[in-house]
Design a protein around this ligand. Structure first.
Ligand code: IMP
Ligand code: MG
Length: 174
């Protein structure tokens, strides 16, 4: 049976906000280039939309991580399923995530990636659910939307691997 999905952020809302954030990033990195690290799979739609709008030189790499635990609750133990192809030495790294929830994935990743000698490292997320944060030390540099504690899908985010392709952000009504 098809799930009912309530629109939380329309395609227009999301596009307009990505325009703003991309303009801010382009300004902040003026005169430099930026190395985007897309966190698969959820970050892929946002990474593409963001990258297309940046006016500074962009390079891209991809990483896939999985946390041990069930789908809706991550355990804090993170495993690198696919590592980056290139070293990070002297690059201005911008990690691009779909959503920061407990912050466990990102707090682990930040520590791992910092040790690879980037010139700088920042974090950009499409969505942030601060109410759910366990790892309070995770500092998000660019957030498109802060949302309440609801399980969302679309724009890369899935529910049991479904709905990543929705062009808007919605809440699955269970
Ligand atoms: P964290 O380690 O708890 O911050 O986990 C973040 C990851 O959990 C995200 O990259 C998503 O894959 C997943 N996640 C957290 N909240 C949601 C949600 O509302 N919808 C879909 N996936 C989510
Ligand atoms: Mg994810």
């Amino acid at each position: 049976m098809a799930d009912k999905i309530r629109v939380l952020l329309s395609e227009e809302d999301v596009n307009a906000r990505i325009n703003q954030v991309a303009a801010q990033i382009s300004k902040d990195y003026e005169g430099k280039s930026v190395h985007l690290i897309c966190i698969l799979k959820g970050g892929v739609f946002f990474t593409c939309e963001l990258a297309k709008r940046l006016t500074v030189p962009v390079s891209l790499d991809f990483m896939s991580v999985s946390s041990y635990g069930d789908d809706t609750k991550s355990s804090g133990v993170v495993r690198i399923v696919k590592d980056l192809d290139e070293p990070l030495t002297d690059l201005n790294v911008l990690i691009v995530e779909d959503i920061i929830d407990s912050g466990r994935t990102l707090s682990y990743l930040m520590e791992v990636l910092k040790q690879r000698g980037p010139a700088s490292i920042r974090l950009c997320t499409l969505l942030d659910k601060p109410e759910r944060r366990v790892k309070k030390q995770v500092k998000v540099d660019y957030t498109c939307f802060t949302i309440p504690d609801e399980f969302v899908v679309g724009y890369g985010l899935d529910y049991a691997q479904k709905y990543r392709n929705l062009p808007y952000i919605g809440v699955v009504e269970l």
